[in-house]
Design a protein around this ligand. Structure first.
Ligand code: ATP
Ligand code: MG
Length: 437
């Protein structure tokens, strides 16, 4: 893609309500455009990053055997009346009437809808376990939407649901998700800490929030620092190893403020290991047994032919929130550096050009074509602008690798730079192999 053709409305004037870096940067580099409070359009640059995050989430859900489907955004109030949450959910729920006067709502989450799908389709324990997920827009009429995509009214979420015959099996499903989450966040270049959490309006008794450390986060966390040292990649994908994984994480103290008790913290964690910090919640998993299946009559035949309520859990990841969270975690000294896995482009070519000298631009176009042939996603900055402005701009756009074609590049060798490091002069072949790593 040529930068001159990319729809990227870079702005200098920031909205006064943009209080945190990710919000400012996303507006500044034209990733999003606010349409009304807490509701955004995703412009090409932001959309590209979000889609890359979505794809990693999807791959890791598929890896553990979860199956993708798609449920609607608009739901009927009937099923929410059955579960008893229609009144309880309160003003966060956007309620709508259709032309027949039927009460509808824009889904804030999907426990009821998936339970309804399941109860009409599955009747026997033989079809269990099942893990189903979708990636779909949600609407919550947040009282204070803020921080750009971090707390929106309309946001993009991956929500998965597990169905099992027994508590014991259900915990195996829970552990699979626990594993999948840590793997997902690590592929996104984020260190997420699983924290024992309250279950809130979703209900149940087992729940973890996945939180990444960031000063601008809204969650207050209290933990034993040693939890950061557990390496999730040491666990294998089988029930025994996954159970050990959750146990290893659970024996180290880590809670959000709702579960925090000072005397317990002091008793369980030595002073030098105590970590009190702010974090961003990027995922939340719940096991709630028959909280929905019971009132909604979602029954299956067990091995003895007896009807029993299916045991369920639900598992959310804030896909759109993760775009902002990644900026909060990676923006440093006025430089944004996207992790390779989710960067909007793999590399940017920055030729030094002027009205009278197009030689570098021609070189850049040749390099561009070569890289394209290798399926490398390249951005070419063909804008006629001085180099110092270009560099400032690319420090914000955050593509992690740059090929600079100016005074330092020779015939077939070019200046290659990874953001935040020193540049080196390399042949195109070397550059290609570096980018493919
Ligand atoms: P929070 O405490 O931040 O309001 P929650 O506990 O209400 O989150 P869940 O119902 O568990 O959130 O939703 C799953 C995930 O969806 C969250 O972990 C978060 O990443 C994301 N999410 C929730 N609410 C919002 C929102 N208003 N804007 C953007 N993402 C959100
Ligand atoms: Mg909430």
């Amino acid at each position: 893609m040529y930068l001159s053709k990319l729809f990227i409305p870079i702005t200098k004037n920031l909205p006064s309500e943009a209080k945190i870096k990710s919000h400012q940067l996303m507006i500044q580099t034209g990733m999003i455009k606010q349409s009304s409070a807490g509701i955004y359009s995703w412009l090409p640059l932001g959309f590209k990053v979000m889609k890359k995050i979505e794809q990693i989430v999807r791959e890791e859900q598929n890896f553990i055997g979860a199956q993708e489907m798609l449920m609607p955004t608009i739901q009927s109030s009937e099923i929410w009346k059955e579960s008893g949450r229609y009144e309880d959910y309160g003003e966060e729920m956007l309620r709508i009437k259709d032309r027949q006067g039927r009460e509808m709502l824009y889904g804030p989450t999907n426990e009821e809808l998936i339970t309804d799908v399941f109860r009409t389709s599955v009747k026997s324990y033989k079809s269990l376990p099942q893990l189903l997920y979708h990636i779909q827009w949600k609407f919550r009429d947040e009282i204070r939407p803020r921080f750009g995509v971090m707390r929106c009214k309309e946001f993009y979420m991956k929500d998965a649901y597990s169905f099992d015959l027994s508590d014991e099996d259900a915990k195996k499903s829970y552990n699979k998700m626990f594993y999948s989450y840590l793997k997902t966040f690590s592929r996104l270049g984020l260190k997420a800490i699983p924290m024992a959490a309250e279950t809130g309006p979703i209900g149940g008794d087992l729940s973890h929030e996945f939180v990444i450390l960031a000063e601008t986060g809204e969650s207050q966390i209290y933990a034993d620092k040693r939890i950061l040292q557990i390496d999730p990649s040491q666990y294998k994908f089988n029930d025994v190893s996954l159970q050990k994984m959750r146990k290893d994480f659970s024996t180290i103290y880590a809670v959000t403020d709702e579960k925090f008790k000072e005397n317990e913290f002091n008793k369980q964690v030595s002073k030098e290991n105590q970590m009190v910090a702010k974090g961003i919640e990027v995922g939340h998993i719940f096991y709630f047994s028959d909280k929905y299946s019971k009132p909604m009559n979602c029954l299956i035949d067990d091995k003895d032919g007896k009807k029993t309520s299916v045991k369920m859990g639900s598992y959310g990841i804030g896909v759109s929130r993760l775009v902002g969270a990644s900026i909060e975690a990676n923006f440093n000294n006025n430089i944004m550096k996207w992790p390779k896995t989710i960067s909007p482009f793999d590399v940017v070519i920055i030729p030094s050009i002027s009205k009278n000298n197009k030689e570098n631009l021609i070189k850049a176009e040749n390099v561009y074509k070569e890289l394209k042939k290798q399926n490398i996603d390249v951005l070419l900055d063909d804008v006629d602008e001085n180099m110092s402005n270009k560099f400032k701009k690319h420090d914000l756009i955050g593509v992690p690798y740059q090929i600079i074609i100016g005074s330092k590049s020779e015939k077939d060798n070019f200046e290659f730079k990874e953001l935040n490091s020193k540049s080196e002069i390399l042949s195109l072949e070397k550059i290609k192999s570096k980018l493919k790593l």
